[in-house]
Ligand binder design. Structure first.
Ligand SMILES: [Zn+2]
Length: 249
């Protein structure tokens, strides 16, 4: 692993602009299951699609019941060695920022500030009408007390996890910022993503098309492996820590 870590550290030192893109694989070491994997919530519950949420009070209740389960996992999760290495890279000026498919907020918890969350965040509740944001714990308490999804205290609108539901469009401004970052970077690190969920998976392709080096760090193979300049099948936390130690020298 040492030789591979040294190779990546050299590429990062030589790059004038590096973007980190992360998926579920970086958070599994924090005990957060990939939603799509066995044991993940979508292997036990049927997801509530966005149009059902808008249409049906029962769908809104089911969405809040699922939120309660996810919230329990997330509120206990802490950043791992992989998150900490990436946070250090931002504070050291080694990366432009992080684009993530994750909703767990662990990059920010590790100290990253430049984070684009393509699928929103599970760390807030949002009003679908006035876009006000609320603390998850206080709204979850209201839900537990009444068994009914709380309404927006400001406008009475529907409240939902500030995540992007199935069938809900991605936040356009964040998607556009992500595309711009991908197209302008010299080095694109795709970490812990299976690179199958669109439109997120198109970001590494855009980076590559514009001449960036594409590096994939993931346990399993991805559809973009043959387009990548390097593919590392290493344990993410240990590998990023080793790269980080080399970068500190
Ligand atoms: Zn509202």
């Amino acid at each position: 692993m040492a030789r591979l870590a040294a190779e990546l550290a050299t590429m990062m030192k030589e790059s004038g602009s590096t973007v980190v893109f992360t998926g579920a694989g970086i958070s599994t070491e924090s005990g957060i299951p990939d939603f799509r994997s066995p044991g993940g919530i979508w292997s036990q519950s049927k997801p509530v699609f966005f149009d059902e949420f808008l249409r049906s009070a029962e769908a809104r209740r089911e969405s809040w019941r699922q939120k309660e389960i996810v919230h329990r996992d997330f509120s206990q999760a802490a950043p791992n060695a992989g998150h900490r290495a990436i946070a250090r890279w931002e504070s050291a000026g080694l990366i432009d920022g992080v684009i993530t498919q994750n909703i767990d907020g662990l990059h920010q918890a590790a100290g990253n500030e430049a984070v684009l969350e393509l699928h929103g965040t599970a760390r807030a509740i949002a009003c679908l009408t006035c876009e006000a944001r609320y603390d998850v714990d206080s709204m979850m308490n209201l839900f537990r007390q009444t068994g009914e999804p709380p309404e927006c205290p400001q406008c009475g609108g529907y409240l939902k996890s500030a995540t992007v539901s199935f069938g809900q469009p991605l936040p356009e401004d964040i998607l556009l910022d992500s595309i711009r970052m991908a197209e302008q970077c010299e080095l694109f690190l795709a970490i812990g993503s299976s690179l199958v969920v669109e439109p997120a998976a198109s970001l590494p392709r855009s980076a590559k098309r514009r001449g960036a080096r594409l590096i994939i760090i993931n346990r399993d193979s991805t559809p973009l492996d043959d387009q990548a300049d390097r593919v590392y099948r290493e344990a993410i936390g240990a590998f990023l820590t080793e790269v980080d130690q080399l970068l500190r020298r």
